[in-house]
Design a protein. Structure first.
Length: 375
């Protein structure tokens, strides 16, 4: 499954979800009726063949009444159970209702079979109607009727219990999807204004200082970032090469601000460029490195970003030669880093690693390891 498909599923609207649930419900109901009809038909033909022949009308009629009856009962239970869970449940109240219902239906079924003898087929030629009735209504035969009803009720109850459990699981999963999508959108909305505020503030400062050319250059890089981000209709994964374009545009903006005080190194293995990463993964980390590290340096500072593939993992690092913990949050929990952790937890539950630690020689390093996914 590609990233676009995954996001379409993640961001499915409630109306689409409801429509899909209704379709699935209709399909399951139709499948139940088809299965019941098929089983009843096979049993009726088998009974007719055992009596004499499928082509023998009395035998075929007997088979149809014998098993068609239970087919109708099963269809009725299937429909009622689909509408009201209590009908096909195994609660004491439901069983207390089904026992007398089964007893009555058993007698009615035997009456239907008994009445066949008076349709001109001549089954009771040597018996009186009362004798024929006594031959049908005996303890063993009536017990079989009750057992068949219980079997039909039990099978339908088990199947519909499984269907209801599946529906509940799907509903729960859909709610989780919608909640995850809402949380991810909230994180994205939190991140992008934060970045835009800082950048526009820098452009305003340049304009106030009379550095119009630099402000125009910065606006051009900001335009490049906005073009790439506004194309997306949802938070998603993007190729690392596309993510690096955003980082390079952002670093170009910062290069205008800091001039010779900022040195940039980007080291990316070619085999890592086609890997998928969450959008805006690196930019807030690089922003933190500059704002909390390089911005506090009086001399030249270095920001180094690297990416390499390590088997089934993609390893990303951003380090700076700034002031270390004097500028960075001690816990590495600023808005950028905390946001990054939460988004990684969303995309890679229990399958990612992220560390944000000071370096012994000075500066700060953020290291991320995520599963390698090829776009």
């Amino acid at each position: 499954m590609n990233a676009e498909t995954a996001n379409q599923q993640l961001l499915r609207t409630p109306e689409q979800s409801g429509s899909m649930s209704a379709t699935a419900h209709s399909e399951s109901s139709l499948s139940g009726y088809v299965a019941i009809s098929s089983i009843a038909t096979v049993l009726a033909l088998a009974t007719a063949n055992e009596c004499q022949s499928i082509a023998h009308l009395p035998s075929l009629l007997y088979g149809v009444v014998l098993w068609g009856w239970w087919g109708i009962i099963a269809s009725a239970l299937w429909k009622l159970g689909a509408r009201t869970a209590a009908v096909s449940s195994f609660s004491a109240k439901a069983i207390a209702i089904h026992v007398p219902v089964g007893a009555v239906l058993g007698i009615l079924h035997l009456l239907a079979l008994w009445s066949l003898g008076f349709t001109g087929l001549g089954w009771y030629a040597n018996q009186t109607p009362l004798a024929a009735w006594h031959s049908l209504l005996n303890l063993n035969r009536y017990g079989i009727e009750i057992l068949i009803y219980g079997f039909v009720f039990g099978i339908i109850g088990i199947i519909q219990y499984q269907i209801r459990a599946q529906k509940e699981a799907m509903k729960s999963l859909e709610l989780q999807r919608q909640l995850s999508a809402a949380q991810l959108r909230a994180l994205q909305m939190q991140l992008e204004p934060h970045f835009l505020f800082n950048t526009l503030n820098a452009i305003t400062t340049l304009a106030e200082l009379g550095r119009q050319e630099e402000a125009v250059e910065m606006l051009g890089h900001l335009n490049g970032i906005l073009k790439s981000t506004l194309k997306r209709t949802a938070p998603e994964k993007v190729p690392l090469s596309q993510e690096l374009e955003i980082v390079e545009n952002y670093l170009a903006i910062e290069q205008v601000r800091f001039a010779d005080r900022l040195r940039i190194e980007i080291k990316v293995e070619p085999s890592a460029l086609d890997s998928l990463v969450p959008c805006f993964l690196l930019q807030p980390i690089v922003e933190n490195a500059i704002r909390h590290g390089i911005a506090h340096c009086e001399s030249e500072g270095l920001v180094e970003a690297s990416a390499r593939r390590d088997g089934h993992l993609l390893r990303l690092k951003v380090r700076d030669t700034g002031v270390g913990l004097n500028g960075h949050s001690k816990q590495g929990n600023g808005i950028g880093l905390q946001n990054t952790r939460e988004r990684l937890a969303h995309f890679y539950p229990d399958a990612y690693d992220m560390s944000a630690l000071p370096l012994e020689r000075g500066g700060f390093e953020v290291a991320i390891a995520i599963p390698y996914e090829r776009c």
